[in-house]
Design a protein around this ligand. Structure first.
Ligand SMILES: [Zn+2]
Ligand SMILES: [Zn+2]
Length: 166
């Protein structure tokens, strides 16, 4: 019995140690990616740039360590949407899977659009330090009904001021 229990425990430990791999891609599957580990944060952004580029009122991003991320199929195009951020998009279907710092030197994180993940249901913001950023552009009738923290773009802990790189 003891031996069996030990075996099970070791097995569980191995499972926990093994970094989880998540996959996703654009709508037409020309661009695919994978990322290992768990998100540091899953948060909404209501800024005008996200609204324009996503064609929606808000975007939900899962922030992962950049080193665990790679494109596994296809070559996305990139668009520099601000002084500090660069977004990828599929040249065929237009789906925008990622955003990261345009400056490679500080490209520590990747923001993955949760809707492009194969299992978006695994990333509830409440579980991963969820928040609402860019609320200066929140559309008034789009009501936030959760208790997550809210802040303006410049108040975001991950915000990089314009003087930084550009
Ligand atoms: Zn596509
Ligand atoms: Zn935004």
């Amino acid at each position: 019995m003891a031996l069996k229990a030990d075996k099970i425990r070791t097995g569980d430990l191995a499972m926990t140690d093994h970094k989880k791999k998540h996959t996703g891609g654009c709508m037409c599957s020309s661009v695919r990616y994978e990322v290992t580990g768990e998100p540091l944060e899953v948060g909404y952004c209501h800024c005008r740039m996200c609204q324009k580029i996503l064609g929606n009122l808000t975007g939900l991003f899962a922030i992962f360590e950049r080193e665990g991320f790679q494109f596994t199929k296809g070559e996305p195009n990139f668009y520099r949407s601000s002084h500090s951020k660069q977004r990828s998009f599929c040249s065929i279907c237009g789906s925008p899977p990622t955003m990261w710092n345009a400056d490679k030197a500080i490209q520590n994180h990747v923001g993955i659009l949760v809707g492009t993940l194969d299992h978006p249901e695994l990333f509830p913001p409440e579980k991963y330090s969820g928040n609402h950023s860019g609320i200066e552009s929140q559309v008034p009738w789009f009501q936030i009904k959760d208790g997550l923290p809210r802040w303006k773009t410049e108040e975001d802990p991950l915000y990089i001021p314009p003087s930084g790189d550009a």
